[in-house]
Design a protein around this ligand. Sequence first.
Ligand SMILES: Cc1cc2nc3c(=O)[nH]c(=O)nc-3n(C[C@H](O)[C@H](O)[C@H](O)COP(=O)(O)OP(=O)(O)OC[C@H]3O[C@@H](n4cnc5c(N)ncnc54)[C@H](O)[C@@H]3O)c2cc1C
Length: 589
Amino acid sequence: MTSAAKPTVKGGSFLLEDRSPAEVFTPEDINEEQRMFAATAEEFLRKEVLPREDGIYAKDYEVHRLLMRMAGDLGLLSIDIPEAYGGLGLSKVSSAVVGEQFALQSSFAGSQSSHVNIGTLPIVFFGTEAQKQKYLPRLATGEWIGAYALTEPQSGSDALAARTKAVLSEDGKHYILNGQKMWITNGGFADIFTVFAKIDGDKFTAFLVERGEGLVSGHEEKKLGLDGSSTTALMLEDCRVPVENVLGEIGRGHKIAFNVLNIGRLKLGARSVGTMKLSLMQSVQYAKERHQFGQAIANFGLIKQKLAEMTMRAYVGESMLYRTLGAIDEALHEVDKDEPQQVLRVLEQFAIECSIIKVWESEALGYVVDEEVQIFGGYGYSKDYPAERAYRDARIARIYEGTSEINRIVIASQLLKRAKTGELALFAAAERIVASGAVDSDTMTLNLANVLFVDELKLLEGAKAMTLTAIRSVEKTYGDKARDEQECFGLLSDMVMEVYAMESALLRTRRLVDERGEEEVPVQIDITKVFVRDAAARIEQRAQTIATETDDAQGAAVIANAVHKDPIKAIAARRRIADAIINAGKYNL
Ligand SMILES: Cc1cc2nc3c(=O)[nH]c(=O)nc-3n(C[C@H](O)[C@H](O)[C@H](O)COP(=O)(O)OP(=O)(O)OC[C@H]3O[C@@H](n4cnc5c(N)ncnc54)[C@H](O)[C@@H]3O)c2cc1C
């Protein structure tokens, strides 16, 4: 089935609807043109960026600017910019395939992704014609560098509490901005900043601020990781911004701030997936070379277990990421891409999935780089080996673009909101499940003809039932105060993420089995079987906690029906996964 023929998926609907493998986008659907673009990005990183690492880490801004110009010449900065403004206007899948490659140099990736995402997209989505004509062609080539200045010393997650003020000048031609921004990526050398400030202290608004008088960069922050990317504070001291540089509507800056983050979250997910694969390759190669007790450490079961777990996260993470990107690209087919408001509505529709990708991939990456250090042993602790930097660089992924905590709140609150407005019939589905006390309700008619994955499909069905029931319990018990029960929100979000992960892996692997045959994809089958069981157990444990906390006896009955599937020999399966990766020397699924 061509991607254009796939049905449009509604964001957040995966808890209610079953998809068939042919309906979802998988990494195997990445086309030749996209693969070639990725190869161009990889070659650029290897040939131009890596040899200039000393300059990157020395924060030599000329090196950063030179590399951005080179990236611009190759089209690596303009994928999301419409053709009318000097961009390529390609799909989100294309952008992620390229983004994955930047994992090769995380600090430069930080600069590049801030430039192309939060530094450029506010203008793509909210700019006037004149603003787009003026800035986008320069940002597409890397002649100008973009940055996004939302965070302040006193307001991080609570971004709307910003204190930076804007006041209209007496002649009505300028806004005068005063305040301080904090942690601004590309802050040391960017030319154009999307700055958020409150007009007259209350109307939260975005402004396009060119570097110049009144805008002063602070010193470079000394960071745990990404120590080659520029991160500075920004002082706005009577900074005069022409009125025509107001971006979007006055008092509606939050629309820009939050919508742009949705796409930033997806892109960060792509980079996390790329970094997991890189980290896995470094780990496998080291484990094959390093000998202890007369043999390569890759032979030891406990090392194999790590390599298998790392592989599972890369595979599942990749499956979720491309499923989401494919669904968004599909939904974008239905709208006029030259109409930014229509594009934004699509992205808003997928806010739950964007947050899932951000949290799941960044936490999987955290696990992977931690195990990389462990596999390298003492050398993992040394700056002379790659594990140490990978470990430090990865940590930020759980903090920026919305922390893991904030994104968990987004996932749960968005679901509850959509359930309450009737946009997603989650409560009705939960009531049916609870009423029947069973898992296989009318709402979920899975095709169990697939014998290979019959247990896993039942586990998925049970996982959805437990998650829907838990959402119901939280809503029934806490009502409008549910948002204050953050621990429950956290548990719900974990369950929702696990469901999405299980289902994405299952859909991809079933598709592979359909297309290539069981014997061709044994590793993918092992990964899917092991992961689905582990995820189902994690969901069960969280469902139990919520059912107990909310005294939900009906919920407990659903849990009892949802679990206890035939176990598999998971140790042997993990060994097979690890052996395949060790033989290949890298992630090759
Ligand atoms: C390297 C780097 C680059 C960055 N680049 C940029 C950039 O280019 N532009 C920009 O604008 N910002 C940028 N940031 C800022 C970043 O987005 C913020 O650091 C982040 O949003 C968190 O804000 P904070 O640091 O103030 O932490 P806080 O908001 O103070 O959070 C501290 C802790 O409290 C938790 N917390 C906060 N509120 C809640 C809540 N309601 N419920 C539960 N827990 C909560 C958080 O999850 C976190 O664990 C960057 C930061 C870094 C470190």
